[in-house]
Design a protein around this ligand. Sequence first.
Ligand code: FAD
Length: 258
Amino acid sequence: MAVILLAEINDGALAVDATAKAVAALIVRLAGDYSHIVAPATADAKNILPRVAVLLDAMILTDVTAVVDADTFERPIYAGNAIQTVRSKDEKKVITFRTSTFEAAASTGAAAIETIGAGDNPALSEWVEDKMAESDRPELTSAKIVVSGGRGVGSEENFALIEKLADKLGAAVGASRAAVDSGFAPNDWQVGQTGKIVAPDLYIAVGISGAIQHLAGMKDSKVIVAINKDEEAPIFQVADFGLVADLFDAVPDLAGKV
Ligand code: FAD
Protein backbone atom coordinates (compact mmCIF):
# COMPACT_ATOMS: atom_id res chain seq x y z
CA MET A 1 0.00 0.00 0.00
CA ALA A 2 1.46 3.36 -1.02
CA VAL A 3 -0.10 6.54 0.22
CA ILE A 4 0.07 10.16 -0.88
CA LEU A 5 -0.58 12.23 2.24
CA LEU A 6 -1.55 15.83 1.60
CA ALA A 7 -0.77 17.39 4.94
CA GLU A 8 -0.50 21.07 4.05
CA ILE A 9 -2.09 21.55 0.69
CA ASN A 10 -1.63 25.30 0.61
CA ASP A 11 1.91 25.32 1.91
CA GLY A 12 5.12 26.17 0.07
CA ALA A 13 5.26 25.72 -3.68
CA LEU A 14 1.63 24.73 -3.99
CA ALA A 15 0.62 28.16 -2.75
CA VAL A 16 1.63 29.47 -6.14
CA ASP A 17 -1.47 29.36 -8.30
CA ALA A 18 -3.10 26.95 -5.88
CA THR A 19 -6.57 26.85 -7.35
CA ALA A 20 -8.36 23.63 -6.52
CA LYS A 21 -8.45 22.59 -10.18
CA ALA A 22 -4.71 23.08 -10.66
CA VAL A 23 -3.82 21.23 -7.44
CA ALA A 24 -6.19 18.38 -8.34
CA ALA A 25 -4.53 18.07 -11.76
CA LEU A 26 -1.10 17.99 -10.11
CA ILE A 27 -2.14 15.27 -7.64
CA VAL A 28 -3.57 13.15 -10.44
CA ARG A 29 -0.32 13.52 -12.34
CA LEU A 30 1.57 12.30 -9.25
CA ALA A 31 -0.92 9.54 -8.45
CA GLY A 32 1.09 6.92 -10.38
CA ASP A 33 1.24 3.65 -8.43
CA TYR A 34 -0.14 5.05 -5.22
CA SER A 35 -3.11 3.13 -3.84
CA HIS A 36 -4.40 5.76 -1.40
CA ILE A 37 -4.54 9.56 -1.69
CA VAL A 38 -5.45 11.01 1.69
CA ALA A 39 -5.77 14.40 3.37
CA PRO A 40 -7.24 15.87 6.55
CA ALA A 41 -10.85 17.01 6.07
CA THR A 42 -9.97 20.70 5.86
CA ALA A 43 -11.77 23.29 3.73
CA ASP A 44 -9.00 23.02 1.12
CA ALA A 45 -9.03 19.24 0.95
CA LYS A 46 -12.82 19.22 0.72
CA ASN A 47 -12.42 21.42 -2.35
CA ILE A 48 -9.57 19.53 -3.97
CA LEU A 49 -10.00 15.82 -3.27
CA PRO A 50 -13.48 15.39 -4.78
CA ARG A 51 -11.99 16.79 -8.02
CA VAL A 52 -9.14 14.28 -7.75
CA ALA A 53 -11.68 11.48 -7.25
CA VAL A 54 -13.64 12.52 -10.34
CA LEU A 55 -10.49 12.69 -12.46
CA LEU A 56 -9.50 9.20 -11.27
CA ASP A 57 -13.06 7.87 -11.67
CA ALA A 58 -13.04 6.89 -8.00
CA MET A 59 -15.51 7.39 -5.15
CA ILE A 60 -14.52 10.08 -2.65
CA LEU A 61 -14.58 8.87 0.95
CA THR A 62 -15.11 11.92 3.17
CA ASP A 63 -14.72 12.47 6.91
CA VAL A 64 -13.36 9.01 7.60
CA THR A 65 -13.16 8.37 11.35
CA ALA A 66 -11.69 4.84 11.43
CA VAL A 67 -9.70 2.52 9.20
CA VAL A 68 -10.91 -1.11 9.29
CA ASP A 69 -8.52 -2.34 6.59
CA ALA A 70 -6.93 -0.98 3.42
CA ASP A 71 -10.31 -1.05 1.60
CA THR A 72 -12.76 -0.52 4.46
CA PHE A 73 -13.44 2.65 6.39
CA GLU A 74 -15.93 4.10 8.87
CA ARG A 75 -17.50 7.53 8.49
CA PRO A 76 -20.35 9.34 10.27
CA ILE A 77 -23.65 9.98 8.50
CA TYR A 78 -26.93 11.68 9.53
CA ALA A 79 -25.09 14.42 11.48
CA GLY A 80 -23.08 11.79 13.34
CA ASN A 81 -26.09 9.73 14.45
CA ALA A 82 -25.00 6.64 12.51
CA ILE A 83 -21.66 5.25 11.50
CA GLN A 84 -21.41 3.90 7.96
CA THR A 85 -18.88 1.19 7.12
CA VAL A 86 -17.79 1.57 3.51
CA ARG A 87 -15.77 -0.87 1.42
CA SER A 88 -14.25 0.67 -1.68
CA LYS A 89 -13.34 -1.40 -4.71
CA ASP A 90 -11.62 1.53 -6.41
CA GLU A 91 -8.07 0.92 -7.50
CA LYS A 92 -7.08 4.23 -5.93
CA LYS A 93 -8.85 5.32 -2.78
CA VAL A 94 -9.34 9.07 -2.34
CA ILE A 95 -10.02 9.88 1.31
CA THR A 96 -10.40 12.82 3.69
CA PHE A 97 -9.89 12.00 7.37
CA ARG A 98 -11.57 13.63 10.35
CA THR A 99 -8.33 14.17 12.26
CA SER A 100 -10.00 15.01 15.58
CA THR A 101 -10.97 11.34 16.00
CA PHE A 102 -7.36 10.06 15.79
CA GLU A 103 -4.55 10.31 18.32
CA ALA A 104 -1.47 12.03 16.91
CA ALA A 105 0.99 9.41 15.62
CA ALA A 106 4.54 9.39 16.89
CA SER A 107 6.86 11.11 14.42
CA THR A 108 8.56 8.66 12.08
CA GLY A 109 10.99 11.18 10.65
CA ALA A 110 10.83 13.45 7.65
CA ALA A 111 10.15 12.16 4.14
CA ALA A 112 12.61 12.89 1.35
CA ILE A 113 11.98 16.18 -0.45
CA GLU A 114 11.69 16.03 -4.21
CA THR A 115 11.20 19.00 -6.52
CA ILE A 116 8.47 18.55 -9.10
CA GLY A 117 7.03 20.77 -11.78
CA ALA A 118 3.60 22.34 -11.37
CA GLY A 119 0.60 20.48 -12.75
CA ASP A 120 -1.26 21.41 -15.89
CA ASN A 121 -3.48 24.30 -14.97
CA PRO A 122 -6.85 24.09 -16.74
CA ALA A 123 -6.96 27.90 -16.14
CA LEU A 124 -10.70 27.89 -15.57
CA SER A 125 -10.27 30.10 -12.54
CA GLU A 126 -7.51 32.29 -11.22
CA TRP A 127 -5.94 32.60 -7.75
CA VAL A 128 -6.08 36.24 -6.69
CA GLU A 129 -5.03 36.29 -3.02
CA ASP A 130 -5.37 34.45 0.29
CA LYS A 131 -6.74 36.42 3.22
CA MET A 132 -5.79 34.83 6.51
CA ALA A 133 -7.81 35.71 9.61
CA GLU A 134 -5.26 37.04 12.10
CA SER A 135 -5.71 35.88 15.66
CA ASP A 136 -3.54 35.34 18.74
CA ARG A 137 -5.95 32.65 19.87
CA PRO A 138 -5.37 28.96 19.21
CA GLU A 139 -6.78 27.56 15.99
CA LEU A 140 -10.36 26.35 16.54
CA THR A 141 -10.00 22.79 15.26
CA SER A 142 -6.80 22.04 17.21
CA ALA A 143 -7.39 24.07 20.41
CA LYS A 144 -7.36 22.18 23.70
CA ILE A 145 -10.14 24.40 25.06
CA VAL A 146 -13.03 25.94 23.09
CA VAL A 147 -15.56 28.42 24.47
CA SER A 148 -18.59 28.73 22.17
CA GLY A 149 -21.47 31.15 22.26
CA GLY A 150 -24.95 30.72 20.83
CA ARG A 151 -28.00 32.79 20.04
CA GLY A 152 -28.51 33.25 23.78
CA VAL A 153 -25.51 35.59 23.85
CA GLY A 154 -27.78 38.07 22.11
CA SER A 155 -25.45 40.38 20.16
CA GLU A 156 -22.00 40.89 18.67
CA GLU A 157 -21.13 43.24 21.56
CA ASN A 158 -22.12 40.62 24.13
CA PHE A 159 -19.81 38.11 22.42
CA ALA A 160 -16.98 40.04 24.16
CA LEU A 161 -18.00 38.08 27.27
CA ILE A 162 -17.31 34.79 25.49
CA GLU A 163 -14.02 36.11 24.10
CA LYS A 164 -12.90 37.36 27.52
CA LEU A 165 -13.51 33.97 29.11
CA ALA A 166 -11.78 32.25 26.18
CA ASP A 167 -8.73 34.52 26.48
CA LYS A 168 -8.46 33.86 30.20
CA LEU A 169 -8.49 30.12 29.52
CA GLY A 170 -6.16 30.33 26.50
CA ALA A 171 -9.04 28.93 24.45
CA ALA A 172 -10.34 29.27 20.91
CA VAL A 173 -13.75 30.89 20.38
CA GLY A 174 -16.56 29.02 18.65
CA ALA A 175 -20.17 29.82 17.84
CA SER A 176 -23.42 28.14 16.88
CA ARG A 177 -24.81 28.69 13.42
CA ALA A 178 -27.64 30.76 14.88
CA ALA A 179 -25.03 33.08 16.42
CA VAL A 180 -23.16 33.31 13.11
CA ASP A 181 -26.32 33.82 11.06
CA SER A 182 -27.41 36.56 13.47
CA GLY A 183 -24.10 38.38 12.87
CA PHE A 184 -22.84 37.91 16.45
CA ALA A 185 -19.73 35.98 15.34
CA PRO A 186 -17.75 35.46 12.12
CA ASN A 187 -18.45 32.52 9.88
CA ASP A 188 -15.12 30.79 10.54
CA TRP A 189 -16.06 30.37 14.22
CA GLN A 190 -19.04 28.14 13.41
CA VAL A 191 -18.96 24.70 15.02
CA GLY A 192 -21.20 21.94 13.75
CA GLN A 193 -22.37 19.91 10.81
CA THR A 194 -21.85 22.77 8.37
CA GLY A 195 -19.07 24.38 10.39
CA LYS A 196 -15.91 23.06 11.99
CA ILE A 197 -15.57 19.74 13.76
CA VAL A 198 -13.81 20.08 17.10
CA ALA A 199 -12.86 17.61 19.82
CA PRO A 200 -10.99 19.62 22.48
CA ASP A 201 -10.21 18.49 26.02
CA LEU A 202 -12.78 21.04 27.24
CA TYR A 203 -15.76 22.52 25.33
CA ILE A 204 -17.81 25.22 27.06
CA ALA A 205 -21.17 25.86 25.36
CA VAL A 206 -22.75 29.13 26.43
CA GLY A 207 -26.34 30.00 25.47
CA ILE A 208 -26.43 27.11 22.99
CA SER A 209 -29.50 24.87 22.97
CA GLY A 210 -27.75 21.75 21.65
CA ALA A 211 -29.37 21.17 18.26
CA ILE A 212 -28.25 17.94 16.59
CA GLN A 213 -26.37 19.88 13.90
CA HIS A 214 -24.33 21.67 16.58
CA LEU A 215 -23.67 18.45 18.50
CA ALA A 216 -22.33 16.90 15.27
CA GLY A 217 -19.41 19.31 15.52
CA MET A 218 -18.47 19.00 19.20
CA LYS A 219 -19.89 15.91 20.83
CA ASP A 220 -16.53 14.10 20.74
CA SER A 221 -15.06 16.73 23.09
CA LYS A 222 -13.52 15.08 26.16
CA VAL A 223 -15.36 17.25 28.72
CA ILE A 224 -18.43 19.31 27.83
CA VAL A 225 -19.66 22.13 30.05
CA ALA A 226 -23.00 23.80 29.25
CA ILE A 227 -24.31 27.10 30.59
CA ASN A 228 -27.95 27.65 29.75
CA LYS A 229 -30.86 29.24 31.58
CA ASP A 230 -33.29 26.56 30.32
CA GLU A 231 -32.84 23.37 32.32
CA GLU A 232 -34.65 21.44 29.55
CA ALA A 233 -32.09 22.49 26.88
CA PRO A 234 -30.88 19.37 25.01
CA ILE A 235 -27.24 20.43 25.46
CA PHE A 236 -27.51 19.16 29.04
CA GLN A 237 -28.02 15.62 27.72
CA VAL A 238 -24.46 15.58 26.34
CA ALA A 239 -22.87 17.83 28.98
CA ASP A 240 -20.55 16.39 31.63
CA PHE A 241 -21.17 19.50 33.73
CA GLY A 242 -24.26 21.69 33.37
CA LEU A 243 -24.94 25.06 34.90
CA VAL A 244 -28.54 26.27 34.76
CA ALA A 245 -27.94 30.00 34.97
CA ASP A 246 -28.20 33.30 33.14
CA LEU A 247 -25.03 33.54 31.08
CA PHE A 248 -24.75 37.26 31.81
CA ASP A 249 -24.20 36.39 35.48
CA ALA A 250 -22.36 33.09 35.10
CA VAL A 251 -19.78 33.96 32.42
CA PRO A 252 -18.34 37.13 34.05
CA ASP A 253 -18.38 35.27 37.36
CA LEU A 254 -16.44 32.38 35.84
CA ALA A 255 -14.01 34.68 34.02
CA GLY A 256 -13.36 36.50 37.31
CA LYS A 257 -12.41 33.23 38.98
CA VAL A 258 -9.99 31.95 36.31
P1 FAD B 1 -31.08 28.42 19.95
O1 FAD B 1 -31.52 27.06 19.57
O2 FAD B 1 -32.01 29.56 19.75
O3 FAD B 1 -30.68 28.34 21.49
C1 FAD B 1 -30.32 29.46 22.26
C2 FAD B 1 -30.16 28.95 23.69
O4 FAD B 1 -29.71 30.03 24.51
C3 FAD B 1 -31.47 28.44 24.31
O5 FAD B 1 -31.27 27.10 24.79
C4 FAD B 1 -31.73 29.41 25.47
O6 FAD B 1 -32.30 28.76 26.61
C5 FAD B 1 -30.33 29.91 25.77
N1 FAD B 1 -30.32 31.24 26.37
C6 FAD B 1 -30.98 32.36 25.94
N2 FAD B 1 -30.68 33.39 26.73
C7 FAD B 1 -29.84 32.93 27.69
C8 FAD B 1 -29.19 33.53 28.82
N3 FAD B 1 -29.36 34.83 29.12
N4 FAD B 1 -28.42 32.74 29.61
C9 FAD B 1 -28.25 31.42 29.34
N5 FAD B 1 -28.84 30.80 28.30
C10 FAD B 1 -29.61 31.56 27.47
N6 FAD B 1 -26.13 24.80 13.95
C11 FAD B 1 -24.86 24.88 14.42
O7 FAD B 1 -24.63 25.35 15.54
N7 FAD B 1 -23.84 24.46 13.62
C12 FAD B 1 -24.01 23.93 12.37
O8 FAD B 1 -23.04 23.58 11.71
C13 FAD B 1 -25.33 23.81 11.88
N8 FAD B 1 -25.58 23.27 10.67
C14 FAD B 1 -26.88 23.12 10.27
C15 FAD B 1 -27.15 22.46 9.06
C16 FAD B 1 -28.45 22.28 8.65
C17 FAD B 1 -28.70 21.55 7.35
C18 FAD B 1 -29.51 22.78 9.46
C19 FAD B 1 -30.94 22.57 9.02
C20 FAD B 1 -29.26 23.42 10.63
C21 FAD B 1 -27.95 23.62 11.06
N9 FAD B 1 -27.65 24.27 12.26
C22 FAD B 1 -26.38 24.30 12.71
C23 FAD B 1 -28.69 25.01 13.01
C24 FAD B 1 -29.24 24.26 14.20
O9 FAD B 1 -30.33 23.45 13.80
C25 FAD B 1 -29.74 25.23 15.28
O10 FAD B 1 -30.68 26.11 14.73
C26 FAD B 1 -28.64 26.07 15.93
O11 FAD B 1 -27.57 25.23 16.34
C27 FAD B 1 -29.20 26.78 17.13
O12 FAD B 1 -28.23 27.63 17.67
P2 FAD B 1 -28.32 28.07 19.19
O13 FAD B 1 -28.29 26.87 20.07
O14 FAD B 1 -27.29 29.11 19.39
O15 FAD B 1 -29.72 28.82 19.25
